[in-house]
Design a protein around this ligand. Structure first.
Ligand SMILES: [Zn+2]
Length: 418
């Protein structure tokens, strides 16, 4: 079981710890963690600070025992690559992704005398904070909190700008994905002022492992990582739909403040609004047309209806009985209902939603009818009904289905939402 770094609180603690260590490390030349590819492993070399003999730690191996790192010597370790989905782990630790390797750096922070180590990655091509580096890159310890790095030794990797495509896509699929990604990136930059090129890299790959499952997954850190794991032949046709949708969703998280991690309904807000924004970005950037956009919302409505039970959303959150998909589907439905009931234009609605997601409590004078944060003081009966269990949910689901038919989705967000 991988129980480390499971909660936002733990992540926060890690961030503070890095800051403190950075202060200490100024007194001595910092120790180093040097990482490179070696067969199906990441080779990890530990280099002590100047004057130190080796990286001593009280428990022997100076890494979290749950990583399963193999010790070769005091200075040399091997981390097997594993891209299998583990429900309890927050991020992939070290995984083969296409022709390269994805590493979540905080897992590899040594304990003991090398705790303040800087990371050095050695590879032909290294993707860090949206930029490519060649041969070698040193990342200061203080810069690694919550960050991932991707690197590859391929001689001709498929790199387009800050995007890496795995070698398993057909040329035609890669071209269409690239075209969609370019439209999505351009839209986020012009309409949402999210500077994707600046700090964020993108990895889109097909992954094959022995996990015996298939499906789609991703993370949105300084690398937006998207993988279709173990696709069967019938899934290949989905690539050109699934990757752009996921990309638009993951970028929407860049419009959200960390504070969403600290409130009970935060996951429903973050995933629901990301799916809401995703749909509008795909539509407004021209990646999809109105009928397909409405189809996405209708599917979410159908899926959310299946989750409706006697329990209210608050009860499900408190008792941790929310289905994994519920924050996505029911959250998105909620935001479309809020928009449909608001009477606001698309751009007006997006402007207040963005304020709310950034943690502005005064996002609108009409907050009691918009209820964008699922506030207890909400006075909008439709929205209250949507989260109040199946009896009250059903008529509102019907109402929303009619709205979807009768009204276009919000569009032309670019005009007001800056
Ligand atoms: Zn998400």
């Amino acid at each position: 079981m991988h129980s480390f770094l499971r909660t936002a609180q733990r992540v926060q603690n890690t961030v503070f710890m890095f800051c403190a260590l950075a202060l200490f490390s100024t007194a001595h030349a910092a120790p180093g963690v040097v990482m490179s590819e070696r067969a199906d492993n990441v080779q990890i070399e530990l280099i002590p600070a100047v004057g130190g003999k080796h990286c001593a730690s009280s428990g022997g191996i100076p890494f979290n025992p749950e990583l399963g790192i193999q010790r070769i010597s005091d200075a040399l370790y091997l981390q097997p690559l594993n891209s299998e989905v583990d429900e309890s782990a927050e991020y992939l630790k070290a995984a083969r992704q296409g022709g390269g390797i994805y590493l979540y750096l905080p897992y590899f922070k040594p304990s003991g005398t090398c705790a303040a180590a800087d990371f050095t990655v050695k590879a032909r091509h290294i993707l860090w904070n949206g930029k490519w580096h060649t041969d070698e890159l040193t990342i200061p310890a203080a810069a690694t909190a919550d960050k991932a790095v991707f690197f590859t030794n391929e001689s001709a990797p498929r790199i387009v700008g800050n995007v890496y495509f795995g070698p398993d896509f057909s040329a035609a699929t890669m071209e269409r994905l690239q075209s969609s990604f370019t439209k999505i990136i351009a839209f986020y930059q012009s309409a949402m002022a999210v500077d994707v090129e600046q700090n964020v890299g993108v990895v889109a790959v097909i992954t094959r492992n022995s996990g015996g499952y298939f499906g789609f997954g991703g993370d949105a850190l300084n690398i937006i990582r998207m993988s279709y794991d173990n696709p069967r032949p019938e899934h290949v046709a989905e690539f050109e739909t699934v990757f752009p949708r996921t990309f638009a969703h993951e970028l929407a998280h860049k419009l959200q403040s960390e504070f969403l991690f600290t409130i009970p309904q935060g996951r429903t807000i973050s995933e629901g609004s990301a799916d809401f924004i995703k749909t509008l970005v795909l539509l407004d950037s021209g990646v999809i047309q109105m009928a397909e956009a409405k189809g996405i919302v209708q599917k979410a409505l159908a899926e959310c209806s299946k989750f409706a039970s006697a329990q209210t959303m608050q009860e499900k959150i408190a008792q941790r009985t929310l289905n994994y998909r519920e924050p996505f589907d029911c959250g998105m439905v909620y935001y479309f209902a809020s928009y449909s009931a608001s009477g606001l234009s698309g751009p007006q609605f997006m402007t207040v939603l963005r304020k709310a997601l950034m943690g502005d409590r005064n996002y609108s004078a009409q907050w009691e009818s918009l209820c964008l944060m699922f506030e207890p003081g909400c006075r909008n009966e439709r929205l209250l009904d949507l989260v109040a269990g199946e009896k009250r949910f059903a008529p509102q689901a019907e109402w929303l289905a009619i709205q979807l038919q009768a009204r276009p989705l919000p569009s032309q967000m670019a005009t007001l939402s800056k």
